[in-house]
Write a protein that binds this ligand. Structure first.
Ligand code: FO1
Length: 318
């Protein structure tokens, strides 16, 4: 069985650790958001690709969510002392990933090729693919105090400014001109199930869908009978972690398991909600026309993640 998982950062990483217990890892393709990518210190940083890699290889910091376990920040301390940009918490081990990726890109390799080398080196059998080799930065229209506000890169809004601004809109710049990374279309066309990981719809999944052709591939697969099932990242009206409560209302969606499903009109066949949101199931069924499954979707460990993955795959099978 071939499975494709549309993936963001932490929620996706946890979920994929469960999925690899149910489906042979080499039959899984994770298509990963790169809208959060940015260049800092001249280095190409891909936070969601790195989260997926670190979680799948067992290197992730479970408590912090992003970055590596056992990390130190000596280089960052020195950058601060030298009055360089120190607002983005790059750890010493994490820096090695950025050095190698940036080196490969400077040699003319694509982001997919660089990702393949990094995942091979970490012994990851899941095929981890960026959504595109072209840049598609997520830009947030943020308004500080009064005034018109301005579009800023997602990481500037989220990390540098601590998500303190009011968000008016979000756009995925260059999505229409960007091509899906090699293998993305083929993976979607050959999938027996397409899963949407419990990732932020606005910051993580919609950027993937903004890349020209990816939405069409999903719609074609769905029309051809492939189950397309998402797992709600929102439990009891709040994101498990992250910023869905800030970004989801900015695009006119409610912060609930229903609102997260409504972020993907016409794409899904099923939606997995937490048992605490079981009372929303009839509304999701009636208003969005989806099959709904409920489970305890808090993934505190890999056993939890495996349970959630099984429920999603069963729902996708119909
Ligand atoms: N998130 C933060 O809130 N603060 C940071 O300093 C930070 C550093 C960082 C470094 C590497 C990396 O891969 C991710 C990092 N993140 C940090 C997370 C990053 O902002 C994520 O893109 C978002 O949290 C959404 O997935």
């Amino acid at each position: 069985m071939n499975v494709v998982a549309l993936s963001g950062g932490v929620g996706a990483g946890k979920f994929l650790r469960g999925l690899v217990r149910v489906v042979e890892p080499r039959h899984i393709t994770a298509i990963v958001n790169t809208g959060d990518d940015m260049t800092l210190h001249g280095l190409h940083i891909s936070p969601d690709l790195d989260s997926v890699m670190y979680w799948l290889s067992g290197l992730a910091d479970r408590d912090r969510g992003w970055g590596r376990a056992g990390e130190s920040f000596r280089a960052l301390d020195e950058v601060r002392r030298l009055e360089g940009p120190s607002w983005f918490g790059l750890g010493d081990l994490d820096l090695a990933t950025h050095l190698v990726r940036t080196h490969l890109l400077s040699e003319g390799k694509t982001l997919s090729e660089a990702t393949a080398q990094l995942t091979d080196a970490l012994g990851i059998s899941v095929r981890v693919v960026p959504m595109s080799d072209d840049p598609v930065p997520t830009m947030v229209h943020a308004v500080a105090d009064e005034g018109e506000g301005m579009y800023m890169h997602f990481q500037v809004y989220w990390v540098q400014r601590g998500a303190r601004d009011q968000v008016k809109a979000v756009r995925y710049e260059g999505g229409e001109e960007a091509a899906p990374a090699p293998g993305v279309g083929e993976a979607l066309a050959g999938a027996d199930a397409i899963l949407i990981c419990p990732s932020n719809p606005v910051a993580s999944i919609r950027p993937i869908l903004a890349v020209s052709g990816i939405r069409d591939h999903l719609e074609t697969a769905r029309r051809g009978g492939t189950g397309v099932v998402g797992v709600s990242p929102i439990i009891g009206g709040a994101p498990l972690r992250g910023m869905a409560d800030r970004l989801v209302p900015a695009v006119g969606l409610e912060v609930s398991a229903f609102g997260a499903a409504a972020a993907y009109p016409g794409l899904l066949t099923g939606w997995v909600v937490d048992e605490r949101d079981g009372d929303m199931a009839p509304r999701i069924r009636d208003e969005l026309g989806l099959r709904v499954a409920t489970t305890d979707s808090v993934m505190a460990d890999d056993d939890d993640a495996e349970r959630v993955a099984r429920v999603a795959l069963e729902l996708a099978a119909g």
